[in-house]
Design a protein around this ligand. Structure first.
Ligand SMILES: [Zn+2]
Length: 124
C-alpha cells in the first residue's frame, strides 16, 4: 500500500469517528465502549473521559473538553504535530527524529503516569 492510500484510510477513519462522536453523546448513550480499567477497578485510566472530550470539542465546548480529560486536551497540539510529522517525516527529519527518541517517549510516559495518579487522587 502506498503512502497516499494510507493517508486516505486514516482520513476516512477520522471522518467516521468524528461523525460518530459528533452525533452520539457519550453521557446520554451507552452504545460507545466503556473503559475496561474503570469498569474493573473503579480507577480512572489516562484515557478516561476522552470520548466526552471529543464530543465536547466537536460542539465547541472547550471548557467541557478540558474538564473531561485535561491531560489529553492539553496534549492535542502535540498529537496533531506528531501526526503531521508522521505523514511528512521525510521533509522534517530532524524534528521527527527528536520526537521519536526514547527520551521524548519516556517523558511522555512519565507525564501519563503522573496524570493517572493525580486524577485518581483528586478526582479529576
Ligand atoms: Zn479509562
Amino acid at each position: 500500500m502506498d503512502r497516499r492510500n494510507k493517508i486516505l484510510i486514516v482520513v476516512l477513519c477520522l471522518l467516521l469517528v468524528g461523525t460518530i462522536y459528533f452525533f452520539v453523546d457519550p453521557m446520554k448513550h451507552s452504545v460507545l465502549p466503556k473503559c475496561i480499567v474503570y469498569t474493573l477497578t473503579g480507577y480512572k485510566c489516562p484515557g478516561c473521559g476522552s470520548q466526552r472530550m471529543l464530543h465536547a470539542i466537536m460542539h465547541g465546548d472547550f471548557i467541557g473538553a478540558f474538564k473531561a480529560n485535561a491531560f489529553l486536551f492539553c496534549m492535542l497540539p502535540f498529537l496533531a504535530g506528531y501526526c503531521y510529522l508522521e505523514i511528512y517525516h521525510d521533509k522534517h527529519e530532524r524534528f521527527y527524529d527528536f520526537f521519536t527518541t526514547g527520551k521524548v517517549v519516556g517523558a511522555i510516559l512519565v507525564l501519563v503516569a503522573i496524570w493517572t495518579v493525580v486524577r485518581n487522587l483528586w478526582g479529576m
